[in-house]
Design a protein around this ligand. Structure first.
Ligand code: ZN
Length: 116
């Protein structure tokens, strides 16, 4: 071993850990808090990043003419061509906007059905 052991720090840590006083407890509490922070914060950030990325991918519309991705716009910001509407749940472009379609509903009386 070329480096001598840091006995000073080991003794200091031992004294702080074994000390039944307020300083020892405070030291351990602070160390616990820092450890928790170091472990939890990256997890939270990673989760937020994954959710943000998922949301971005879901709301992203790619221009069919030039391939520029954009969010929540009806026209391509790069080339100005109209963007395709949302894709269907199976990833297939429906080609029909649901708000433009009229569904005819024919009302029928239940009593006319002919009870036995
Ligand atoms: Zn474009």
């Amino acid at each position: 071993m070329s480096r001598p052991l840091p006995w000073l720090w080991i003794v200091l840590a031992g004294v702080l850990l074994l000390a039944p006083g307020l300083v020892g407890r405070l030291f351990v509490d602070v160390l616990e808090g820092i450890t928790l922070l170091v472990v939890v914060v990256p997890l939270v950030l990673a989760g937020g990043g994954v959710i943000g990325w998922w949301w971005l991918r879901r709301n992203q519309v790619t221009c069919s003419a030039c391939g520029t991705p954009s969010l929540g716009q009806s026209q391509c910001p790069a080339c100005g061509s109209p963007l395709q509407s949302r894709q269907g749940p199976e990833g297939v472009s429906l080609g029909v906007d649901a708000s433009d379609v009229t569904i005819d509903v024919v009302a029928q009386s239940v009593d006319e059905g002919g009870k036995p």
